[in-house]
Structures are given as C-alpha cells and as structure tokens.
Design a protein around this ligand. Structure first.
Ligand SMILES: [Zn+2]
Length: 254
C-alpha cells in the first residue's frame, strides 16, 4: 500500500504526462572524496538500478583511487576546489565569499578543473556544483572563460543559460535533513519536494524544461536513506512518463 506522499508523486507524474510534460529526473551525489564502503554502495546502486549518477568530486580532496574505480554510467562534476568554508562573519557557509575578487575565485576554479579533468579523464564533465550550492552572482559570467560549460545549484533555476556558454541544471530534492542531525530527511519530505517541483513546472511557475534533480550525500546515508533511494529508483523506473537522464545529456556535453 502506497503512503500518501508516494501516491501524491505518482499522481503528479500522471498529471504531467497528461499535460504532455514527461517527468525528467537526474541524480547528483556530493562530496565524493575516497573509495570507501558508502561510495561502493552508491556505485552499486546506480549500476543495479540503471540510473546514471553524477558524482560531484572535490578536486583538491580527491584520492586518486576514487577516480580510478568508477564504472559506467558515472559522470564526474566539480564540487568547488577544496570545499573549505571561507564565509565571513554574517555570511552563510560558502567556499566563495563575496569578499574574494571574482577573478581570483575563477582562477582557483580553473586550476582545480584542470587537475580534476586530468584525473577523471572521459568521465569528467565541466560542470561546477559549488559547495553548499552557493556562488556569488559576479562569478557566474566568469565560469565559461574558466572552462566550465555548466552550473548546478539548488532550487528551480531562474535561467537555463545564466551566462553565455553556461548551462544550468539544478537539484531540487535534498534527501538530507541538515538541520535535523544531518540524517535522512524522511520519505514524506523528500517526496514532497519532488512533487512540488513537478507541480511548479506544470503550473508554469518553474522552468518546465528543467529536469528535477535528486541530491544525495552518500557519506551521510543511514539505512533508511539507502532503502528510500532504492525504492525511488525501482518505483520511478517502472513508471511510464518518467525518464532518468544523464548529466552529459542534460548539460549538452558530448
Ligand atoms: Zn559538499
């Protein structure tokens, strides 16, 4: 028997399908740093479910063994440079504080991009997923020149191309409850976030062409979070009108 939140998601998917709006999902996982049992479980889940995984890796914190052990269909995105919180007093956590000149931040990003690209090879796609999903506006127009083709943050995007040559596809469903002990946010809250984004797209209050992104943090998953993800993949993969898309396709990078 499906709980209310599962039913609400299935109904919204069906309403979208009837309106000619197939649900498009994608999956981003943050903070990959080293090969460990949680990462192995993540990769096995992606392979078993047949759902493409976009792994956001911290370039200066990545163990070379991490990138050597990745199979298909995994894409590597860039998760900042070193994930260090540089926020000034009064600023929310960020690797890129407003006080840092944009050209300096862009230079750091470009250097880290070259390093990650050299390690990740073909799996690398030049998409920046900034730590804590935060990036100052003045830095956005500098990303293309720093070698980036895409940007991924959190929440419905305002623009598919926030700056020339830069494509944005965000995530919308964070399964971690950051303010509740950094554990699983729960089925109801996670499913409701997905349903909300799909409904907003159908209503026209969110960009109807933006895929709904599921955001995970494998190092923090408890058993309930893993079970939930398995169920999401199993349920949605069987659902007509749902497509799980790879990051390369979404960001138009081939
Ligand atoms: Zn992170």
């Amino acid at each position: 028997m499906l709980s209310g939140a599962w039913r609400a998601l299935a109904e919204e998917i069906a309403r979208g399908r009837d309106a000619g709006l197939a649900a498009q999902f994608w999956w981003r996982d943050d903070d990959a740093a080293r090969p460990d049992p949680a990462l192995a479980r993540l990769l096995a889940l992606s392979a078993h479910a047949g759902v493409p995984l976009a792994l956001a890796v911290v370039p200066l914190g990545a163990d070379p063994g991490l990138l050597a052990g990745l199979g298909e269909p995994v894409s590597v995105l860039q998760h900042g440079t070193d994930h260090r919180n540089r926020a000034h007093r009064g600023e929310k956590k960020t690797e890129f504080p407003l006080s840092e000149p944009p050209q300096a931040a862009a230079a750091r990003l470009a250097t880290a991009r070259r390093q990650l690209e050299a390690q990740a090879g073909d799996r690398f796609i030049a998409v920046l997923a900034p730590p804590w999903n935060r990036l100052p506006e003045p830095l956005v127009p500098r990303l293309a020149a720093a070698g980036f083709r895409g940007l991924s943050q959190y929440g419905a995007r305002r623009s598919a191309e926030p700056s020339a040559g830069l494509r944005q596809v965000n995530t919308h469903v964070d399964i971690i409850g950051w303010r509740a002990g950094r554990g699983f946010a729960g089925e109801d809250a996670s499913l409701a976030a997905a349903t909300r984004h799909l409904a907003a797209k159908r209503a026209g209050s969110a960009d109807r062409h933006e895929a709904t992104g599921w955001l995970t943090h494998h190092a923090l998953h408890d058993e309930a979070a893993w079970t939930f993800l398995e169920r999401v993949f199993e349920t949605t993969r069987k659902s007509p009108g749902v497509r799980w898309r790879g990051a390369q396709e979404l960001f138009h990078i081939s």
